[in-house]
Design a protein. Structure first.
Length: 687
């Protein structure tokens, strides 16, 4: 990371060179300050260009320094930026790859910015529960206008330089010759008589700032209002209407207060456990098998979504059905997806055609032999799946990974009908499969390590978060969700209305309440499963009949305009109606319960305790390999608020004695058949 100045330099080239992504750790910060100072005092140098690698100008703060003294060791990023701003010679940022967070702020400190059109810039701090802390909240409004600046910082999503070319953020956007353009601009600035341009010196339109902040405040949704970083961002941008130094001071105060907030701590934890979840235990370390062709069996809701995800990842995709009609419907669904992406301007039509050109729809099982990975997504019925796996066994090539998308069925029972159980595993996608990030990779008793490694690699190629799970009822996610939903049903009998439960849990931060979710997925799915399990259910178990009664009345959820709620034009009624309330009251009376209303905090705690208890049980059974994996599953697949970290992280923040006591009470109230995780299991989970 030494400054490399050419022999007869007029423009000094200061390289950011801390692979892989130029994170702004202490060494790189020192390098920037030292190199700028050296160039400033070098009489041969008239101007300076700050340039990164092809991959990154800078991806921002070094997250590994967070919470360590290094983060605050001088020079801090602010000091490095101040050095650039004070430099008497122009400093131009030449941006390729990414300029994110602190990397963007470093560029904002420069006197001008030149970027490759493909470079991606953004302020992702909000996704970690923070706001930019080194000037972006003050400088972006001055360069782009407050409204555009707020949109960028509120979304946290990067934008390309091409998209930003007219925003005021960039002085030049080029498709090549980045260095030449940046050094020419630096020389141009050096020759100008007027003072060097600096974002901090730009005047700010006070009225526009106020209007933008007011508008953004009115638009904050419930999840954003629950996270203090959003309001802090508005406050910081509001302060850009003040004198620059006062605004910077305000940004700093807000940033520091957020650093130690429980929300930012939880989001940093989620970031870490998501990264860790990709690593397999040593016993499973193996090279993935090569794959470029995925065959999907069943072109229904899940099969067509999985096919879309695989096509978008550039894979060849075979789509196999039992009937021509179902196949046609599936192909049409896939086609609609791509044409709506093109219509929305998110995909070029030539690219869409190229991707769809890799789709091979067929009714012919012999086509399976082309695939290295087969994913079955037919009806959720073990006999149907077994008959499909017998056919797969006949037709798939040797060494192909054979996966089932089952939600609940036993992977071993499916693998057992094949001659190659070592190749069989579960790939549990979530609906819509082309959108949802979570992917549970389920290990059967015979699944080979390299088959699992292939499934994880496929998950990553599909841009999913693959999580390894053991083969047990409901794997990780559905098992915990079932315990949670059951507890929510108990609360109906105990005295809450469905809307009380939904409201309390969305107030806590869940994307949707459990009864709204049930209506959306269709109550009949749960009903059918309950019927399938009726014969083996112990009559002494506390079983809530409300859902069955609603289904018997034809109330299957949204698709029949009535479930727990009623629906007009797709919108749910704000409260449940008398029919539902009558069913709830009767269910409680039959059980001899005298209903009394439940406060929101009681509802939230009961729901969370049910999740934590189930998490401890399944962790003790080895269904999850790391406690953090459970939190990744709940946040990425079930709408658990990321800023609470997940049920395990939440439990770690609770006083232990109270947790144990409340669990005792909860399990006792659940009655016969409800298993309490032991304190030793909780110790392991919460360690
Ligand atoms: P679906 O009913 O929409 O689609 C199933 C498709 O499989 C139908 O098009 C059917 O014609 C086809 N099929 C049935 N038997 C076949 C056979 N022998 N050969 C070839 N094709 C056959 O069902 P959906 O919702 O897509 O579910 C599929 C699987 O995915 C199930 O195991 C389900 O549990 C699982 N799953 C479903 C989720 C959801 O939200 N819908 C979420 C996660 C998993």
């Amino acid at each position: 990371m030494t400054p490399s100045c050419p022999a007869a330099p007029r423009v000094a080239r200061v390289e950011l060179n801390a692979p892989p992504v130029n994170s702004l750790g202490i060494a790189l910060r020192r390098h920037v300050v030292d190199s700028i100072r050296a160039a400033e005092t070098d009489p041969d140098v008239v101007a300076i260009v700050l340039i990164g690698s092809e991959k990154a100008f800078s991806a921002g703060a070094d997250v590994s320094e967070f919470g360590t003294p290094l983060q605050f060791e001088a020079p801090m990023l602010r000091d490095a930026i101040a050095t650039i701003e004070a430099c008497q010679k122009p400093v131009v940022a030449a941006i390729s790859g990414v300029a994110l967070g602190g990397g963007l702020e470093l560029a904002l400190g420069c006197h001008a910015r030149v970027a490759l059109a493909s470079a991606r810039m953004g302020a992702p701090e909000i996704q970690l529960g923070l706001i930019p802390g080194s000037g972006a909240t003050q400088k972006l409004p001055r360069l782009m206008g407050a409204e555009r600046a707020l949109a960028m910082m509120m979304s946290g999503q990067p934008e390309t330089a091409a998209q930003l070319s007219a925003s005021g953020l960039l002085d030049r956007v080029v498709s090549q010759d980045l260095w030449d353009t940046a050094s020419a601009l630096a020389l141009e600035l050096a020759q100008q008589a007027q003072p060097l341009p600096r974002a901090r010196d730009r005047t700010v339109d006070v009225a526009a700032v106020e209007a933008a902040v007011e508008k953004a405040a009115a638009r904050l949704n419930k999840r954003q209002r629950a996270q203090p970083a959003y309001q802090a961002l508005l406050d910081a941008v509001q302060a850009s209407a003040l004198l620059f130094e006062a605004g910077m001071q305000r940004e700093r105060e807000l940033f520091l207060a957020l650093m130690t907030s429980s929300e930012a701590t939880a989001l940093r934890y989620q970031f870490r456990v998501q990264r860790e979840s990709a690593k397999l235990p040593p016993s499973l370390s193996a090279q993935p098998r090569a794959f470029d062709h995925v065959a999907v069996i069943g072109a229904g809701t899940m099969g067509s979504g999985i096919a879309i995800a695989a096509l978008e990842a550039g894979l060849q995709v075979g789509l196999l059905e039992q009937s021509a009609q179902a196949l046609e419907r599936g192909v049409a669904r896939i086609g609609e997806h791509f044409s709506s992406r093109v219509k929305a301007g998110k995909l070029e039509s030539a690219k869409a055609e190229q991707l769809q050109g890799r789709l091979h729809a067929t009714l012919d099982w012999s086509a399976l032999s082309a695939a290295n990975v087969v994913i079955e997504a037919v009806f959720e019925d073990v006999a149907v799946k077994q008959s499909v796996f017998r056919l797969i066994d006949q037709h798939a090539r040797a060494g192909a990974v054979l996966a089932t998308n089952t939600s609940y069925l036993d992977i071993n029972a499916i693998a057992a009908v094949t001659s190659r159980p070592q190749d069989v595993l579960g790939l549990h996608f979530f609906s819509p499969a082309n959108v949802m990030k979570l992917l549970e990779v389920v290990q059967g008793k015979d699944s080979a390590a390299d088959a699992i490694a292939t499934a994880m690699a496929l998950g990553r190629q599909l841009k999913k978060t693959p999580i390894l799970c053991g083969n047990a009822f409901g794997f990780i996610g559905n098992r915990i969700y079932n315990a949670y939903r059951k507890q929510c049903e108990f609360m109906l009998e105990d005295g809450a209305w469905p809307e009380d439960v939904d409201q309390a849990l969305t107030d806590f931060g869940f994307a949707m309440g459990p009864f709204a979710v049930a209506d959306l997925s269709g109550l009949d799915i749960a009903w059918r499963m309950r019927q399938a399990h009726a014969a083996t259910r112990d009559p002494r178990e506390r079983y809530v009949h409300i859902l069955d009664r609603l289904c018997e009345m034809g109330r299957m959820g949204r698709k029949t305009q009535a479930g727990y709620y009623t629906y007009a034009d797709g919108k749910p009624s704000p409260t449940t109606d008398d029919v539902v309330r009558g069913v709830v009251v009767r269910a409680a009376a039959e059980r001899g319960i005298e209903r009394s209303p439940l406060a929101a905090d009681v509802i939230q705690r009961r729901a969370l305790l049910a999740m934590v208890n189930e998490a401890a049980l399944l962790f003790s059974e080895g269904v999850a390999h790391r406690a953090g994996d459970i939190d990744v599953v709940l946040v990425n697949g079930y709408g658990f608020p990321s800023w609470v970290g997940g049920p395990v992280h939440w439990a770690r923040t609770q006083p232990r004695a109270g947790l144990e006591q409340d669990l005792d009470r909860l399990i006792a109230a659940n009655g016969f058949g409800s298993v309490r995780a032991t304190p030793a299991m909780l110790d392991r989970l919460l360690a």
